[in-house]
Design a protein around this ligand. Structure first.
Ligand code: XMP
Length: 318
């Protein structure tokens, strides 16, 4: 019978045998899969597991710092690499959704390769690939591993891709990964996190990306997500986020006419992201959230709620 405890016990034993005294490199994304994979490997080989957590500048507000702290608190041997400026410079002027994804994938590989090369004698690349990734070839939501997979045919092969691959979660479904994480004592806020796309806020800023737009969207998103949590709604939603629209609209503040940005809020129910329904969030919650966003976030004077389901709309706007 499959149980999380027996899976952990057996996998740790196998990893010890397979990896011996070898060094292993792993890219952490902040998501459930890479985190659970890291904790399993850490149990097996301790500080021979070298984790790399890259800030692409497109994460949620404060996420890089707080998640890095969480990783360190778990005892992981992790290096946080703040490459925000490099990503944002590379993205400047790009408005095309697929163009943004390509740039982010390329820069991620460059940054990750630089870091992996600094770990001498690394023999293995560990990935948080889970069973649905294996059958779909490109993960719906993977962080680094999905980015790597969907971009590995661009240019020459980076050094880290010549490493042997170890994928301890390859046979598990998402709910099993969560149960394995829970049985190893991972915090429930980490295990219950909404999916977040690898390209991050870049595909929630319609049009070109500037540091100012990123910071506006981070503020809006934080108000929305914290509001969901404070009102007991976060766990009832499969994924939620805010989108910065490339339009300005007229508003009024005091006696002044304003002409500022508009944001859309999106919250969906889903099981696998392939289909999704918009969530009927309480009007009072939407009202409070909208007021808070407009009062607190400079540059935004209008909030709309996305009531489209997938299909035919997608979850992300890009
Ligand atoms: P869509 O927008 O296609 O999204 O309905 C379905 C799920 O996939 C996520 N998504 C991505 N994840 N890289 C990722 O790692 C991407 O480029 C990407 N695009 C969409 C989206 O957040 C949702 O969970």
């Amino acid at each position: 019978d499959w149980t999380p405890d027996s899976f952990v016990e057996e996998t740790v034993k196998n990893l010890k045998e397979q990896l011996g005294n070898d060094k292993v490199v792993l890219g952490l994304s902040g998501g459930v899969d890479s985190t659970v994979a890291a904790v399993l490997l850490h149990k097996a080989i301790g500080s021979n597991l070298h984790c790399i957590f890259v800030n692409n500048g497109l994460l949620r507000k404060n996420e890089f710092t707080s998640v890095l702290k969480q990783y360190e608190g778990m005892g992981l041997n992790v290096k946080g690499v703040d490459a925000s400026a490099r990503f944002l410079e590379a993205l400047a002027g790009e408005s095309d959704p697929e163009g943004k994804r390509k740039i982010i994938g390329r820069v991620f590989i460059e940054v990750f390769d630089d870091e992996a090369n600094q770990i001498e004698d690394a023999k293995w690349l560990a990935q948080g690939t889970i069973y649905p990734d294996v059958i779909e070839s490109v993960s719906v939501n993977g962080g680094p591993s999905a980015t790597i997979k969907s971009h590995h045919n661009v240019g020459g092969l980076p050094d880290f891709m010549k490493l042997k691959i170890v994928e301890p979660l390859k046979m598990l479904f998402k709910d099993e990964v969560r149960r394995v994480g829970a049985s190893m004592g991972l915090e429930s806020d980490l295990l219950g996190r909404h999916p977040f796309p690898g390209p991050g806020l870049a595909i929630r800023i319609l049009g070109d990306i500037t540091p100012e737009k990123v910071s506006i969207l981070q503020e809006v998103d934080a108000i929305f997500i914290n509001g969901l949590k404070d009102n007991g709604l976060y766990d009832k939603v499969w994924q939620a986020g805010a989108i910065l629209l490339p339009v300005q609209s007229v508003g009024v503040m005091g006696d002044e006419r304003t002409y500022e940005k508009c944001v859309a809020l999106r919250a969906v129910e889903s099981t696998d992201g392939m289909t999704a329904d918009w969530v009927n969030l309480p009007y009072e919650f939407l009202q409070k959230t909208s007021n808070e966003i407009i009062n607190k976030v400079k540059g935004v004077n209008r909030v709309v709620y996305d009531i489209s389901s997938k299909p035919p709309a997608t979850i992300e706007w890009e």
